[in-house]
Design a protein around this ligand. Sequence first.
Ligand SMILES: [Zn+2]
Length: 269
Amino acid sequence: MGGYGNGQVPLGQLVYIGPEHYLLPGVNAHWQGLVGEARASYGVTLRITGGWNGYRPLAAQEQYLRDNYTAHVLPVAGYEYYWGGRWWKRRPGKPKAAKPGTSPHGAYGAVDVANWRDLARTEREAWAIFAALCAKWRFATQRVPGELWHIEFTGDPWAIPSWAGSGSNTFEPNPEPEPQSEEDDDMPKNSLATYRNDTTSPKPTYTALVYNAGSGFNVEFTNGANDTPFTDGYLANLRASHDTGPAFATSKGAADVIKAACAKVLAGG
Ligand SMILES: [Zn+2]
């Protein structure tokens, strides 16, 4: 399967989820797993943002551009790109639109999630949980700078895994090795979260948690200093030695959630 240009998969080959919401079969299987786990563990039913924000056909991307951008025949300062015989510039307050034919939403696996912020009381905790769940279900986060809601599936978008569709919704981490894309090779293997370990003690310590929500691997480090955050140098060493993404600050509560999720993966489900 596959071989379609950006935004050109016939809708009949996609799984219909709701109005203007379609996903490729392999993406849908993992999305349903992610939704099911978020609902079971956090009582939140994750939703795709209204509009063509799962798979996006080319015509929808073109309409999206026309709705949010202005066009000019000449390359004036501030115009972002040339398409369809015109230069295009985003209207104030309107969302960014990729050039038609280049959107990740037309390239099989992107999903915009409307309500990930509901996963916890604070945005930081919600983000930590969301990022961990996404990693477990093979959705990459932070591929588009500034768009925390935008996630991209990293597995085979066409293949329905053996664990899907049985109704049990049981997740088997890495049931079979998947061919890695070049993009995956460049992606950091692990995540890195830092948190203040004890907010009630007069001398709290800082902890760095390196984890892999897919494999369950997790290990913690403390700098041993009372109430002193990690230095940039310390975190840079940790990133290099443990192949992590950029450090993000979180809370002890969110770190506990991540560690529990890792323990569950390590225990085999
Ligand atoms: Zn998006």
